[in-house]
Ligand binder design. Structure first.
Ligand code: ADP
Ligand code: MG
Length: 698
């Protein structure tokens, strides 16, 4: 077996390879572009292209592609081969700087929310040198941004890069003002923890709901769910362990630092966490990770489900977005150090994050909104839909002392006594974990926990970066003209005012309780429960101002994204509703009828033998199922009507609301009746596997 360090990053055109393969001046110019975002000259691009192609061909690549992230939430690629025929009937392998830097895919089949008229179908992809190229399936993949002919962003990378720039600019300005003059730039960092389900491929293939929608639309609960807490961190079953091993190998080859893996709370649920990266790279790598997870699963006769709620009644899957900011001099701006109360710089950035999350809580919620994630947020398994911040006892005490002008006394670290002599003593962390908070401080970073498992992590980071940039920009306005000898007290006042003004967003308690819902309402916090509830916040004037002020989105881009989100919600529910109807008529009903038939047969044949044999068990069961079956038929009829009405309606918010209620509500009604019937129907009658079979037989 090859050694891991030799495998690691084998398929990535990383810094080491660039240094090896590129002439010194070209390497330097490229590094400068990557580090500082400076313009790259064509001759440099040409030299990079040649080196990239040589390296790719040596490693078995025959094609290249501009790899980008359109608004579908997936990645897109169009492969071109390197071959170029020569006069003598041979080919040479060619790749130019122009091909590296720019591509021209037809943009007309990607969602654009009305930005791109069909007569200007052309779109552009542009190389992002800050995210390394890699080889996947014999194709050199070049991470690129994607925009329309008229320059509007049609992807998630472009606004993400813009938001990172905005944050860097504002953070650097503040740091310089605070006297930290050697800082030239600030990057945001992200470590996304990814949850997923693994189920057997044969089970998957028998369920149209999983195939068409990624989740089960009906299915009675299995006798055992997750209530015993025996799956979380449980020993890995051999088949799952083999999958995870293979997955790590594939990810490592692609230079993705997969670090932690374990079983999650729900049966058949697992998690993978990489070491954090620069946000932009982390986002690309998370997209790639999701793709590789699915692919490796196929090899092991599994299907990897990334949907937010594949099964009712047990936990769904999310993503935890661990986030911080680092200076080009290597300092983590959210590291409180040993004495947070005296660490002014830390407190300024902490205050900025608190202000940002409070002021743009609606956008934070919006950034994670999707039909799939609606099943989790607020369902006592993921954070509630109400955005709040958990700081932990120590930081809260620091903030209180600043607010009240009292002296903060740090608690000494508590040495843990486990009572067992062989176990080394260790000190206790300053913050306990709070699993119910949507946005928690975890020592030297914040963890945004509301993200759905299948979505790109780009949007939440765009919102977070921009909101924090905006808070820092407000701080700068307050401080910029303060004379040097008054700066310290002005900063103190600013921090104090900010904490006072935004303390309503801080909540260290249990987010799952009804008291919190009421308390949050008293505090005036948003409780935006569903996607149609939250989407209109995008085109709220304040939010448009936020994004346009910092150059993240133009108003046109915002409106187009709003349309895309609405459309996406409607299409998702539409497909689910149609799939449910089909599943009831084509799979479930025939099974129920066959079962009722066999009950009737039993009654008839028993009666033929002797009128003294009791048939009341069959009859009563038949009665019960028949009555429920009647109700099911009515409910599906109602659902069908709702679908038909939706199909007549015009696109827009009204339609999204209509899909939420009645369509989605009607689906739930159908489901609850069907699940009640399924509890009586023997497995052999059902043409697809039940929850018990899917979740407990891997
Ligand atoms: P949890 O206890 O929440 O399961 P893990 O240790 O599994 O946490 O994951 C924590 C994640 O946070 C990892 O991906 C880790 O690399 C990431 N992380 C650590 N420091 C930073 C940082 N400064 N910025 C962003 N992410 C970070
Ligand atoms: Mg976590």
């Amino acid at each position: 077996m090859e050694r891991i360090p030799e495998i690691y990053g084998k398929l990535v055109f990383n810094d080491r390879i660039m240094r090896d393969k590129l002439p010194g001046d070209v390497y330097k110019a490229l590094r400068k572009t990557i580090k500082k975002g400076t313009h790259l000259e064509l001759d440099v691009a040409n030299a990079v292209a040649i080196a990239m192609k040589e390296w790719a061909v040596e490693n078995g690549a025959t094609h290249f592609t501009h790899w980008f992230q359109p608004m579908t939430g997936y990645t897109a690629e169009k492969h071109d081969s390197f071959i170029s025929p020569t006069d003598d009937g041979q080919v040479i392998m060619e790749f130019s700087g122009k091909e590296l830097v720019k591509g021209e895919p037809d943009a007309s089949s990607f969602p654009s929310g009305g930005i791109r008229a069909t007569f200007e179908a052309r779109g552009y992809t542009a190389w992002d040198p800050s995210s390394p190229a890699f080889i996947k399936d014999g194709t050199l993949c070049i991470p690129t941004a994607f925009c329309s002919y008229t320059g509007e962003a049609l992807d998630k990378k472009t606004p993400l890069l813009r938001s990172m720039d905005a944050l860097s600019k504002e953070a650097t300005r503040i740091l310089n003002l605070l006297g930290n003059e050697e800082v030239e730039s600030v990057t945001t960092t992200v470590g996304p923890e990814q949850e997923y389900f693994l189920i057997d491929k044969d089970d998957y293939a028998k369920r149209r709901d999983l195939i068409f929608t990624g989740r089960t639309l009906i299915g009675a609960p299995s006798p055992k769910g997750q209530e015993m807490d025996d799956h979380y961190f449980g020993a890995l079953r051999p088949r799952v362990a083999a999958y995870m091993h293979d997955l790590d190998m594939e990810l490592w080859k692609l230079g993705i630092p997969a670090k932690t893996k374990h079983n999650e709370v729900a049966p058949a649920q697992h998690e993978l966490a990489p070491v954090f990266d620069t946000t932009n790279v982390a986002v690309d790598r998370n997209q790639l990770t999701m793709e590789i997870m699915k692919r490796v699963a196929q090899k092991h006769n599994f299907v990897c489900l990334l949907h937010e709620k594949p099964f009712a009644g047990i936990n769904g899957s999310g993503k935890h977005n661990n986030w911080s900011m680092t200076t080009n001099t290597g300092a983590n701006l959210l590291d409180p150090g040993k004495t947070p109360a005296e660490n002014t710089q830390f407190l300024v950035f902490l205050a900025a994050v608190i202000k940002a999350v409070d002021e743009y809580a609606d956008m934070m919620r919006l950034s994670v909104a999707s039909a799939g994630n609606d099943h989790r947020l607020g369902a006592n398994e993921a954070p509630p839909a109400i955005i709040s911040i958990f700081l932990g006892d120590e930081l809260t005490a620091v903030i209180d002392s600043i607010k009240n002008d009292t002296f903060f006394k740090k608690n000494d670290k508590v040495v843990m006594e486990t009572g067992a002599a062989v176990i080394p003593h260790f000190t206790r962390d300053n913050t306990d974990r709070n699993r119910t908070s949507p946005f928690a401080f975890t020592g030297n970073k914040f963890e945004f926990r509301s993200l759905g498992s299948s979505a790109s992590v780009a949007t939440p980071n765009i919102v977070l970066n921009t909101a924090v940039a905006d808070a820092l920009s407000d701080f700068y306005e307050v401080l910029k003209d303060v004379p040097a000898d008054e700066l310290q007290s002005a900063v103190h006042d600013l921090i104090k005012d900010t904490f006072k003004k935004h303390e309503r967003i801080i909540f260290n308690g249990n987010g799952y309780t009804d008291e919190w819902v009421r308390e949050a309402e008293r505090r005036g916090l948003y409780n935006l429960k569903s996607t149609p509830d939250v989407l209109p916040r995008f085109i709220d004037e304040r939010n448009i101002r936020l994004f346009t002020k910092h150059g993240i989105f133009t108003e046109t881009e915002i409106r187009s994204r709003y349309e895309i989100l609405l459309e996406n919600y409607c299409k998702t529910i539409h497909i689910e509703a149609c799939t449910l109807r089909e599943m009831i008529y084509h799979d479930f009903s025939p099974a129920v009828i066959r079962f009722m038939d066999s009950l009737s047969q039993s009654v008839i044949s028993k009666k033929q033998i002797s009128s003294l044999i009791s048939t009341s068990a069959e009859e009563r069961m038949l009665e019960k199922i028949s009555a429920q079956y009647e109700a099911l038929y009515v409910a599906v009829g109602k659902l069908e009507e709702a679908i038909a009405r939706a199909e007549e309606m015009d696109d827009g918010l009204d339609l999204a609301q209509f899909y939420h209620d009645p369509v989605f509500r009607d689906m739930e009604k159908v489901r609850s009746i069907a699940d009640g019937i399924e509890a009586y129907v023997p497995d052999e009658f059902l043409p697809y596997p039940t929850y018990s079979k899917i979740l407990f037989y891997v």
